[in-house]
Write a protein that binds this ligand. Structure first.
Ligand SMILES: [Zn+2]
Ligand SMILES: [Zn+2]
Ligand SMILES: [Zn+2]
Ligand SMILES: [Zn+2]
Length: 570
């Protein structure tokens, strides 16, 4: 089948519907997309607020709770523990589909009437200040995290983390700090793209290293500083000096480390044990195109971001896992045959539905649990359902609605409350010009007691009285990072910094989060050629192997193809 060129309805750029996309859309009877992959991803992201929370009373119990919906959003918000009970009935909001009106207009009315949970939390223990969390225990200010404990400030696909502070997209680590895209590491700080490293600091792309400092691209190394091997005694002496020097010596080391990072070649993409894939951060996957962060047996997917654990055969997922199969334009789903839906956990055959758990055969429903054959929150006989749904699809097709995800215009979230702001940051004027809602930061009322610059440089000089201080963020609200302007240190956190011999942070958790996000390459691919000019690789002059990479042309990093990288680094 030939690919097809389309023009995006939103950004007016041309995009390609590839031949395998065409087979997929054919198989599931879905029309071609009218938005390019980039605009489709942003449209889904606009329905996901992970980190902007407000105080709002539960509409049923009156209890003041944290809520991802600002109090001026005219919806009914229930405390999540109440929302989950049978004390209210989502069928009370049921209605007949009106064939004389558009689908989205009617779905919007339903969406704004059915109660929503304040936050997404499931099976957590003492983790009130978290969102999109599952099986977490004693966690504080964490989002998109599962099975993690005794941690704080971990955001974006966090799995099985214990006693970690400040992290982005990492798993199975213990006692780590400022950790990005790393797995199975312990007692380490400021590490990115590392695996099974321990007792180390300032590492980039290292594997199986212990007691290393400021190193890049090392494998199974010990006692190395800036990629140079030291004796155990000499290593310890340098580490003691750094500890004595506190924040200043760490900053000095970081500058040297950043230079080293640019001088060591990197692979065009973090793709491991994968066959026929394009994208970045792909592990154990097959036949995936344009995917980011896919691991654990993912196959036959395209335009997906954050998919794992046997997700297969889908297009356009922002978060799909646990055997999700045959999905198209979805946000946070498991289950089979889920189309144009968000927050569908368990069940199958769901279309245009939102916040439905363990349901099957529902169309245009919101907030159902363990129901089947429902349309607009009304139950039907199977036979009736099977006649009505194709008729609704037909009228939606005629109106150009079928095949589109929920329009961003009726998302309850402003652009800068959603993860779109993390990955495609806009300034207020830009967002408004593009037609997105924007929410100004609420005026902060913290009584700051200490400036970041007044914090002791060395953790050895910090007394327990720091726990009583409200520290002004060094950015002072002047950055574009949704600065919280002030922050406090938790008792567990202080204990952690002491045992890890780390100076106190000078930025608030939001500014720390955005700094980590900026360390990553964007969710975008460019076609480039290998930059290798090594004479002993068998290529004459510069290597001519091409690849799709998230390193944009003109960036300072040295980017190699798989073969050249293997010869140099591993
Ligand atoms: Zn577009
Ligand atoms: Zn800040
Ligand atoms: Zn090469
Ligand atoms: Zn080469």
């Amino acid at each position: 089948m030939e690919s097809s060129i389309r023009n995006c309805r939103t950004c007016r750029k041309d995009f390609v519907v590839e031949s395998d996309d065409i087979s997929f859309y054919d198989k599931v009877s879905v029309p071609f997309p009218t938005l390019c992959p980039h605009c489709r991803l942003i449209r889904r992201m606009l329905w996901r607020n992970e980190r902007a929370w407000y105080k709002r009373p539960c509409a049923a119990t009156g209890k003041l709770v944290l809520s991802m919906y600002h109090s001026d959003i005219p919806i009914t918000v229930y405390d999540e523990s109440y929302w989950k009970t049978d004390a209210w009935d989502p069928f009370d909001y049921g209605r007949e589909y009106d064939f004389s009106r558009g689908f989205f207009e009617q779905f919007r009315e339903l969406w704004y009437e059915v109660p929503h949970p304040n936050l997404f939390q499931k099976s957590n223990v003492r983790s009130e200040y978290t969102n999109h969390t599952l099986d977490t225990k004693n966690c504080y200010l964490c989002a998109s995290a599962t099975k993690s404990e005794d941690s704080a400030y971990l955001f974006t696909v966090i799995r099985h983390m214990r006693t970690c502070f400040d992290g982005h997209q990492s798993s199975r680590c213990e006692m780590c700090y400022e950790i990005v895209d790393s797995h199975k590491c312990s007692r380490s700080a400021f590490i990115q793209d590392c695996e099974t490293c321990s007792d180390s600091m300032l590492l980039y792309n290292c594997r199986n290293c212990t007691n290393c400092f400021g190193c890049v691209g090392l494998r199974s190394a010990q006692y190395c500083i800036f990629n140079v091997r030291y004796s155990k005694e000499d290593y310890k002496a340098v580490m003691d000096e750094i500890y004595e020097g506190g924040r200043a010596s760490l900053e000095e080391a970081r500058e040297k480390f950043d230079e080293l990072k640019l001088s060591v070649p990197r692979k065009y993409a973090a793709i491991v044990n994968a066959h026929n894939v394009s994208g970045d951060q792909i592990m154990n996957a097959r036949n995936c195109r344009d995917c980011f962060l896919a691991d654990d047996n993912v196959e036959e997917c395209a335009y997906c971001y954050r998919v794992w654990n046997n997700a297969r055969d889908g297009r356009d997922a922002l978060i799909a896992w646990d055997g999700a199969e045959l999905f198209c334009d979805v946000l946070s789903v498991t289950g089979q045959r889920i189309f144009f839906s968000a927050y569908i956990w368990g069940g199958s055959d769901m279309e245009y539905s939102y916040e439905c758990f363990d349901c099957t055969n529902c169309f245009g429903c919101v907030g159902l649990r363990s129901k089947n054959y429902c349309i607009f929150n009304r139950p039907y006989e199977k036979e009736e359902y099977e006649v009505l749904v194709p008729r609704i699809r037909e009228t939606m097709r005629a109106r150009g609605e079928y095949g589109e995800f929920f329009p961003s215009e009726f998302s309850p979230f402003a652009y800068n409350e959603t993860i779109a702001q993390d990955y495609f940051p806009l300034k207020k004027e830009e967002a408004i010009a593009a037609g997105y809602a924007w929410r100004d930061r609420e005026p902060r009322t913290y009584s700051v007691t200490i400036a970041a610059s007044e914090l002791p440089d060395r953790i050895q000089d910090v007394s327990d009285s720091i726990l009583k201080e409200t520290i002004a963020c060094a950015h002072g609200g002047t950055c574009e990072d949704q600065c919280a302007t002030a922050f406090r240190i938790l008792p567990e956190e202080l204990q952690f910094y002491r045992s890890m011999k780390l100076p106190l942070p000078q930025l608030c958790p939001n500014c720390r989060h955005y700094a980590r996000v900026r360390m990553k390459t964007p969710l975008h691919l460019w076609h480039r050629d290998c930059m290798c000019e090594q004479g002993n690789h068998g290529h004459e002059g510069r290597c001519s192997v091409g690849f799709e990479t998230a390193y944009a042309p003109g960036r300072p990093e040295i980017v190699y193809c798989e073969q050249c990288y293997q010869k140099e680094i591993v």
